[in-house]
Design a protein around this ligand. Sequence first.
Ligand SMILES: [Zn+2]
Length: 435
Amino acid sequence: MSTHGKRTIVISNGTLIDGTGNSPARNEAIVIQGNRIKSTGRLPGDIKLEDRDNVEVINAAGQWIMPGLIDAHTHLSYGNPKLPGEARGKGTTRPEFNTLRAARNAQQVLRSGVTSISVPGGTWFTDVAVRDAIKVGLIDGPRVYCASRMIVTYGSIEDEEPSWVGTPEHSIGVLANTAAEMVTEVRRQCKHGVDFIKMADSRSGEAQTISKEEIAAVVSEAHRHNVRVAIHSRGSASTRAAAEAGVDWIMHTDLATEADLEAVAKAGVRIVPTATFVERVLEFGREVGQDQIQISIDRMKRNMEGLVNVLQRALALGIKIMCGTDTGNYSWMPYGKMHAKEAEIFVRYGGYTPLEAITACTRDNAFAVGLENEVGVLEAGKLADLIILKQNPVADIRVLQESSNLATVIKDGKKVDLADHVSEEAPLTFQEAVA
Ligand SMILES: [Zn+2]
């Protein structure tokens, strides 16, 4: 659990990376009162470090202080790893067990220095429940901004069953084959408290499965409810249609052409390339071979080339890119391990400086969690979500991927207990436990 600390926390000394893109700078003090940052820079005269009853001092000398990481693409409730007896595809037939597991997944995410996540899709309204349990303080976890089951048509990703079966209640897709059906689903999800609607086109960009008019109908309905819209789109035509229909952000965009990207730039739509997932498919595919993996490795090689082009062109065209990883999408996308892998990819392939990649993971990603101007930047008035690192992430961006580099995580003005008290006890597998 979070420590219920003193009224004021002062982080003294250290190098501040404020998330705005400013160069790292020596900092005297960050003062946190309640759940907000009161000041950075000089220590205000009215704060007495000797007042140990009311002031907790964290000495960050020789360390780096930056905003808490934000992952713009993490799934908590996809039901991985699969439980015994569950069918193929994603989702779960054990929603209650899966909800508890989603809560634990969220805790692992927070302990890795990720203080906010955007959750584009899951089972039932599991993520809404986890979000609210965190919000009211029942459990620890990052700030969660979430969708529910993704809206799909025949032929979209996650429409896994024959048409006479459809998408069962326990799957992560929900079929809607007309604009009217989609609008009804948007209303249903809004009624149950989602922050945004997730739509999904074809799995790898093989065909466009949702029309521009249908996307526009969803956008119009969702926006009237003050709910945003994101879409899974790897293809060219679907990406162009999504941009022109006014979605809030597009996930993937692998096969977007120059003309598509110009349309995205013109519409001012953000993208979450999620190259981490594709890179992981290629890496994992090499390890285990094509037979063990449901995704075409050859196709993903082509998509990775597309993504590298997208990253480079987005910089040139001024498209805002957000950092997401697809953690939780498969059991080989574990929690707490790769939330900053995307930043490394931005630097390695995209032509970003480490500082630009950090800004993408913090200030720019705040949009994906509906908290632009509230998190992702360390300055007076912002919510107090930050991490303190033992190594310099500007010298080596990979520093952000290793939890052992974390000295301190503060979320909502409270220090996070970084010890994983459960995994130290090596929990039984589900099979062992219920045998
Ligand atoms: Zn995803």
